[in-house]
Each structure stands twice: as structure tokens, then as C-alpha cells.
Ligand binder design. Structure first.
Ligand SMILES: C[S@@+](CC[C@H](N)C(=O)[O-])C[C@H]1O[C@@H](n2cnc3c(N)ncnc32)[C@H](O)[C@@H]1O
Length: 293
């Protein structure tokens, strides 16, 4: 990719996520006490985020890569950390800074927000007790050097926490997620779903797969899938804990058009079933949370 194309795509990436941060901040304040009630957090990410936050001790130095509107960086500081949030999107950082300014007097630790392109990341050596990277690695084209920077920047014994997707969605996961979204009430009308099924026929699973992997949304979506970040982390760190996330449930949760009172019990049951299928190795989970040192 030429440098000009890369810069254009990077600008698109920043615009996409910056606008998303602005939109989300209108709906829900960028703070974990509010974000924890969002459906994707209740169903998929919440338990491991809570676990992470319990590990943060006052005075720790923490870095979050891909902080977007800053809700997680702020949560680290609320636990007493001296936290730095980095992101490409200036619009996201503006949302994060404005919110931090508002709540700063009640925050135990400190927050600094810094703009950076992680594909050209340079971090100071042995600086952080904790590095957090959520839903970012699969957007990066220069993963081997990013992982080396993370290794360099983490203090000896420090914790690296990652929540991301790894690898392609397996055909069975795609079929289950597609079938559930076909029969359940989703944000797409039944008439349109049937039309799409008629139009795409045997190519329909491919469309669902692309949708699960969020292709088309960001110019770099899935760029990092080629690199197998899990292997890179395994090569450079000691993995202490690895948790599978329910990818099918996560996808259905985002599509489902039902009030939370109905959706949440259904999704919790689906999550339990999916994690059982993962444990029985009938379905492969691409969602992973890692704790590594
Ligand atoms: C899927 S969002 C995740 C945001 C946040 N971590 C979360 O889970 O809510 C990906 C974030 O990574 C940032 N990002 C993507 N590519 C980047 C790059 N090359 N350098 C720095 N940040 C990048 C985006 O601006 C966006 O905020």
C-alpha cells in the first residue's frame, strides 16, 4: 500500500471512530458506570472488564491503546491509576478530554490522552504496570512491531490485557448466527431479510460472515486477522489467563430488536449454550480475552 493510500485510509478510520465516539457520547456518557449497562457489555465484555478493574491498584501506571471516548482509560484512573489513553481519532480524544475535565475532581488517579498511529507506535521502555488493548489489534497492519513495543513498554511483571477477535469466523458459527438473525426480530425487517436470502442464495452465509467480521465498516477492519496476534503475544509474553468470548451471542445481541427485559435473559441463555458448544469444541470462539505478563 502506498503511503498516500495509507494516509487516506487512516483519515477515514479516524473519521469513522471519531464520529462514532461523538454519537455514542450523545446517547451514554463515556464512563464505565454507564457503559456497563450497554447490552454488549452485559452480555459479552462486562465480566472480564470488571475483573480487570479489580486488578488495578492506586499509583499503577496504565496505558490504553485505542481508548476512543476514554471510558476504559477513565475507569482505570477511577481505580487510582495514572492512566494514558492513546487513539488515532482526534474527535474521540476531544470527547474523552471534555468528559475527563468534567469529572476530574472525583477521579482518584490521573488521565492523559495522546494522539498516535499504532502502526508507527513508539513507546517508552519499562514504563507501564498495565497495558490494555480492547478491540484494536485486528485493525492494525503492523502487528509484529506493535507487539514488540508493548513488550518493551511493559514493566517486568506488568500485565497486558487484550480483548479482541482472532481468526476467521468458522462456517458453523456463521450459520448459527445467520439462522438466529433470520428468525428473531432484528433491526432488519423480515421482508428485507427474505429478499436478501432470495437475492444472495448460497452466497448468503458469506454475507453474514462479512457482517460478523464487520467488513466494510472500517478500511482496516480485519487487517490484523492475517497476523494471528494471539501467536505473536504467545511468542513474547507468558499467557496467564485466556477466556473465550461468545461471538455468536455478541453478534445476535447487536442485531436483536427486543427490549432489554426480553433480550437480556434470552441472550444470557444463548451465551451459556454457546460457551458450552465452545467447550465441547463444536464451535470455535474467535473472541478472546487475554491476561499476559
Ligand atoms: C473498535 S474501536 C475500539 C474502541 C474501544 N477500545 C472500545 O472497545 O470501545 C477501535 C479504536 O482503535 C482506534 N484505532 C484504529 N486504528 C488505529 C491506529 N492505526 N492507530 C491508533 N488508533 C487506532 C480507533 O480510532 C478506535 O477508537
Amino acid at each position: 500500500m502506498s503511503d498516500e493510500t495509507y494516509q487516506q485510509q487512516l483519515a477515514q478510520e479516524a473519521e469513522l471512530w471519531g464520529s462514532e465516539s461523538e454519537r455514542m457520547a450523545e446517547v451514554v456518557p463515556p464512563e464505565w458506570t454507564h457503559h456497563r449497562h450497554l447490552r454488549h457489555n452485559v452480555i459479552v465484555h462486562g465480566p472480564e472488564i470488571e475483573r480487570l478493574l479489580r486488578l488495578v491498584k492506586p499509583g499503577m501506571t496504565a496505558l490504553e491503546l485505542g481508548c476512543a471516548s476514554g471510558w476504559l482509560t477513565l475507569a482505570l484512573a477511577q481505580q487510582g491509576a495514572d492512566a494514558t489513553g492513546m487513539d488515532l481519532a482526534e474527535k474521540s480524544l476531544a470527547v474523552a478530554r471534555a468528559y475527563y475535565e468534567k469529572v476530574q475532581p472525583s477521579v482518584k488517579g490521573r488521565v492523559t490522552y495522546v494522539a498516535a498511529d499504532f502502526n508507527r507506535l513508539e513507546l517508552p521502555a519499562a514504563t507501564y504496570d498495565l497495558i490494555v488493548v480492547k478491540a484494536v489489534l485486528h485493525h492494525l497492519v503492523n502487528l509484529p512491531s506493535v507487539v514488540q513495543e508493548l513488550r518493551k513498554a511493559l514493566k517486568p511483571g506488568g500485565l497486558l490485557w487484550i480483548d479482541d477477535t482472532n481468526g476467521d469466523e468458522a462456517p458453523l458459527s456463521v450459520l448459527i448466527a445467520g439462522a438466529l438473525c433470520l428468525v428473531l426480530p432484528t433491526h432488519t425487517r423480515y421482508r428485507d431479510k427474505l429478499r436478501a436470502l432470495w437475492k444472495f442464495g448460497l452466497r448468503a452465509p458469506g454475507r453474514v460472515k462479512a457482517s460478523i467480521e464487520a467488513e466494510g465498516l472500517s478500511p482496516f477492519e480485519g487487517a490484523g486477522r492475517e497476523h494471528d496476534w494471539l501467536k505473536l503475544i504467545d511468542d513474547h509474553f507468558t499467557i496467564e489467563r485466556r477466556v473465550s468470548q461468545p461471538g455468536i451471542t455478541g453478534y445476535v445481541s447487536a442485531q436483536l430488536k427486543l427490549p432489554d427485559a426480553l433480550a437480556i435473559p434470552f441472550l444470557k441463555a444463548l451465551r451459556a449454550l454457546e460457551l458450552l458448544l465452545v467447550r465441547l469444541r463444536l464451535v470455535r470462539s474467535t473472541g478472546v480475552v487475554l491476561y499476559a505478563r
